[in-house]
Design a protein around this ligand. Structure first.
Ligand code: T5A
Ligand code: NA
Length: 210
């Protein structure tokens, strides 16, 4: 009998409209088609009580102090951790659209302290891989529906992008930076290649913490 395999935790990160949802959906479809049990989710999870407060903030119908919204985003991840751990240990691979790094990138872009922002993320399950879809924010602004939510301003997105670059330089062992300006097909091909190599390796390792 071979070793018991857990699922992999695969995260997509990047600026608004960088193509995360498109690529998470396509990767999940591919893995499912290969018979790998896979589920998709995204943060913020707007369906919980806390998620609804976050949604009001993002759609500009509610104002909150920077520290308060930062911690709410983090709590929104913590409230789902038990469920995520259970699924991973039961062998389900999770494709997650945004995670702790979004929490850090968007708050640090407002001028908040990096270490303060990272602290509440410590102890969450560490992803096996992060696909960082990197693009010049001016290019992303040309995509449909850009500008509808709170953070969708080119200047702010440029600051977010700089923080992601900083995180990438610290976490380069499991971060995969990809040029988000290529076509969705090209991106999917690159992501699929990396994921297929990675999955058999990581799923025999114990879960790690941030
Ligand atoms: N936030 C989030 C925090 O501040 N702290 C946190 O802790 C967390 C978790 C909501 C906001 O919350 C902030 C960050 C965000 O500002 P969200 O709901 O995930 O986050 O919103 P977005 O990231 O903006 O999600 P979007 O759906 O807008 O962007 P995606 O998922 O990156 O992009 P996608 O795939 O929907 O594509 C956008 C458009 O581009 C096209 C698509 O067809 C679509 O029209 N497209 C491409 N066009 C050209 N080339 C490609 N390769 C393309 N790929 C997709
Ligand atoms: Na958005």
């Amino acid at each position: 009998m071979g070793p018991i395999k857990r699922g992999a935790l695969i995260v997509f990160e990047g600026c608004d409209r960088s193509g995360k949802s498109t690529q998470s959906r396509r990767l999940a479809e591919l893995l499912k088609s290969r018979g790998i049990p896979t589920e998709s989710l995204n943060f913020p999870d707007r369906s919980t009580d806390i998620g609804q407060v976050i949604n009001s903030y993002l759609t500009n119908s509610k104002d909150l102090q920077d520290e308060v919204i930062h911690l709410l985003f983090s709590v929104n991840r913590w409230e789902l951790m038990g469920k995520l751990r259970q699924k991973l240990l039961a062998g389900t691979t999770l494709i997650v659209d945004r995670y702790s790094y979004s929490g850090v990138a968007y708050s640090v872009a407002k001028g908040m302290d990096f270490d303060w922002c990272y602290a509440p993320e410590r102890g969450l399950i560490k992803p096996d891989a992060v696909f960082y879809l990197r693009a010049v924010p001016d290019r992303l602004a040309e995509r449909s529906e850009f500008g509808e939510e709170r953070y969708e301003k080119v200047e702010f997105q440029s600051r977010v992008s700089a923080v992601y670059d900083r995180i990438f330089s610290n976490e380069s062992t499991y971060w995969h930076q990809l040029d988000a300006s290529v076509t969705a097909d090209e991106l999917h091909f690159l992501i699929a290649e990396i994921a297929e190599k990675l999955l058999p390796k990581v799923t025999t390792q114990p879960l790690d913490k941030l």
